[in-house]
Design a protein around this ligand. Sequence first.
Ligand SMILES: [Zn+2]
Ligand SMILES: [Zn+2]
Length: 346
Amino acid sequence: MRLIKPTPRGLYVEPGDFYIDPWLPVERAVLTHAHADHTYRGSKNYLVSKEGELLFRTRLDDEGNIETIPYGKSTTINGVKVSLHPAGHVLGSAQVRVEYKGEVWVASGDYKLTPDPTCAAFEPVKCHAFITEATFGLPIYRWTKPEILFEEVNEWWRGNVEKEKATVIFAYSLGKAQRIMKSVDASIGKIYTHGAVEKLTKDYREMGVELPETKYVGEVENKKDFAGSLVIAPPSAQDTPWTRRFGAQSTGFASGWMRIRGARRRRAVDRGIILSDHADLDELMTAINATEAEQIWVTHGSIETLVKYLKSIGKDARPLETKFVGDAPESEIEAEKETIQQDGQD
Ligand SMILES: [Zn+2]
Ligand SMILES: [Zn+2]
C-alpha cells in the first residue's frame, strides 16, 4: 500500500485525507518544519509540533486553525495514527510517522544528524517505508565537525576585531542564524541581527532556547558600534544598501552549498562557511539504516544519485518525484526573500 503519495499539492496521505507540507491550500496539513519552503499559508487546518509552535505561528501569520502535538505523542486523523518525531533540522522540526492497518510510513522532512545546540536531536523511527530527503546526497558533501568549524569562525571574527572591521555572516534567518549565535564565542564581541533574524530569534528565546544577547541593527545609533561586532543577516540582505551601515567589513555566507567553489564565487563573499542544516551522505545512510525500512523513497535534492547508490548496496530505493525541486540554493533564498518581504522587516 502506498500510504504517502506525491500529488500536485504535496505529499498526500490518502486514507487520512491530509497532506504533509503542501505548497497549495488544502483542508488539512501536517507540517514538518517552519522553513518558508515547507510552511505555506492558505490551508484550513494545520497540525504542527508543540516544540516549534511559535515559529509556525510566525510563518503562518497565525492564519488557519493551528493545532500542536508534542514529539512522540500520537493523534488520529480519519483513522490514520499520526505522530511527530525530532528531525534535528531546526527548532520544532519533525519527521511525520503515519500508521494505517499495521503499515508504518515515515516522511523525514529535512533532517540532519550533526549535533545542533538549538534543537532536539534526530530520532530514528522504525518503519516499513521511509521517505528521505537527499539535498546533499552526494559523496562530495561531508560536513566538518561543528567544534572545528566554529573555531575557524571565531578565529576569523577575532582577526576582524583587530582590524576594526565588522564580521557579517549571511545565513537563513530560521535555524542557521540561531545556531551560529549559539555556537560562536560570544565573548569576542557584540552580536547584531537583521530584523528578520531578530524576530525569529525572539521566538527561539520564548520557546526556551538560551541564546547570547543580540541587538537589532535598526536600534543602533552610533555606526561605530559595528566595528568588531558580528552581524547576522539573511542571504537576501547581501549586496543591498542595508549592509553599508557597517562600514569596513568582512563577509561570510553560511551554507552547505559553500562546499562548491562555484557557489562561493557566485555569492562573492570573503568566507564560505560550510554549515548545513541537512544531512551529508554519511548521515543520510546512518538515518536510513536506523529506520530498518524495507522501502526507501527519495525526494528533495540529489534524488537519482541517491537512489542509484542505495540500489547498488541492495536497498529497495525509488524516486519520489514531486513538483517541488527541493532546497536548491536559489530556491531557498527566494522563498526566504518572499517571507521577509511579507514580514516587512529590513
Ligand atoms: Zn528546511
Ligand atoms: Zn526543505
